[in-house]
Design a protein around this ligand. Structure first.
Ligand code: NAD
Length: 345
């Protein structure tokens, strides 16, 4: 593990197996310097436990960079290894809740890929260190995906303004990869502004639904990266941009929710050299952590959360401007800004 390039001095990594429920999980806590390590839990079928570890470490390290969102939270993330077709039984979710509880607040969980609000409700029967829950007394609660989508939508507009000098998305084409919680809500916002959509998902029924509801055109899961679109918005899984895919990308803007879109740091430089404006993932997708973070910390309303999400475009524009002025990749600029905030804490 120490040799894993994503290890990056993680404070704590916990491996757990519970025979009774079938739980096999990894919780990675990258940094608690700014506050408890906060980040969702991903339920996914991994080819190997080594892949699961790498995913947990990369995701957790990425969450630390949410320092840029100004929250008093550190970085952490959990992955639960599920078999294909395995359902998330209450016993499995409860065992996961006990695992989170054993970290005594160093890690706060919430939804990520494969998790729902009702899953988190079961987790919450075992631990208070969970967010993304429906609470009737406050309006800052629940599924973070629509808030992430709002931030991505505003971020796309900022990128379009910067790169293309246009204040509206009307008449532009956006390619969306992944039509889950975030991708679906994003498509609704984009279509409402008059953008044309090219969409894909590995679940054909979801693609059909989005095509019907938003007059989108369907593409193939991996071909979407190479479509002739103005904006490419990866909203599925990470590591989509590497030395093989980047030369074939036709969009001049990449702005999506997926975590860890760049396979390696060198891929940020590749996109920059190719003239593609890349909105760093953890900056543009911060709406979700702003939502679950504020819900957990308490005292926020939906309006105050939306106001915080409304600052994502300014932050991105600052990164774009610095990138242009210094002729350096946006990903390097954002990493540097995040690192400074983490070490200062
Ligand atoms: P989700 O599980 O609801 O949806 C993911 C979708 O991607 C699913 O529909 C799945 O079928 C599809 N998919 C998986 N592999 C694919 C592939 N190769 N090609 C096309 N589609 C594929 O997850 P989500 O909550 O919408 O999150 C999407 C991404 O955004 C993830 O990378 C997640 O880590 C990131 N993110 C989510 C949030 C949030 O608030 N939910 C916040 C920040 C970042």
């Amino acid at each position: 593990m120490f040799d894993n390039p994503a290890f990056d001095a993680h404070e704590r990594v916990v491996f757990a197996e519970d025979h009774e429920s079938g739980l096999r999980a990894i919780v990675a806590v990258h940094s608690t310097r700014r506050g408890p390590g906060a980040g969702g839990c991903r339920f996914w079928h991994y080819r190997s436990s080594a892949d699961a570890l790498t995913d947990a470490l990369r995701l957790s390290r990425g969450m630390s960079k949410n320092a840029l969102a100004g929250l008093p939270l550190g970085g952490g993330k959990a992955v639960v290894m599920v078999e294909r077709g395995q359902s998330k039984s209450p016993r499995l979710l409860e065992a996961f809740g006990r695992l989170v509880d054993s970290l005594e607040g160093r890690y706060i969980t919430a939804e990520d890929v494969g998790a729902t609000v009702s899953d988190m409700e079961v987790v919450a029967t075992q631990t208070p260190y969970v967010s993304g829950l429906p609470r009737t007394a406050v309006d800052a609660d629940g599924n973070p995906a629509p808030k992430t989508a709002l931030g991505v939508y505003l971020g796309i507009k900022a990128a379009v303004q910067f790169q293309l000098g246009r204040s509206s998305l009307r008449g532009l084409t956006v390619g969306v990869q992944g039509l889950g919680g975030v991708g679906y809500a994003l498509c609704g916002l984009l279509a409402a502004e008059g953008a044309s959509l090219r969409v894909t998902d590995i679940r054909p029924e979801t693609v059909q639904r989005v095509c019907k509801e938003f007059s989108a055109l369907a593409s193939l899961p991996n071909e979407i990266l190479f479509e002739r679109v103005d904006v490419l918005s990866p909203c599925a899984l990470g590591a989509v941009f590497d030395s093989n895919t980047i030369p074939r990308v036709q969009a001049t803007i990449i702005a999506g929710a997926a975590n860890n879109q760049l396979a390696t740091a060198a891929d940020g430089a590749r996109l920059h050299a190719a003239g593609v404006l890349y909105a760093p993932d953890y900056v543009i997708n911060a709406g979700g952590i702003i939502s679950v973070g504020r819900e957990y910390l308490g005292g926020a309303s939906l309006a105050s959360i939306e106001a915080e999400i409304g600052k994502i475009p300014e932050r991105l524009t600052e990164i774009f401007e610095r990138s242009r002025a210094q002729n350096r990749p946006t990903s390097d600029i954002a990493d540097e800004m995040a690192k400074r905030l983490i070490t200062q804490a």
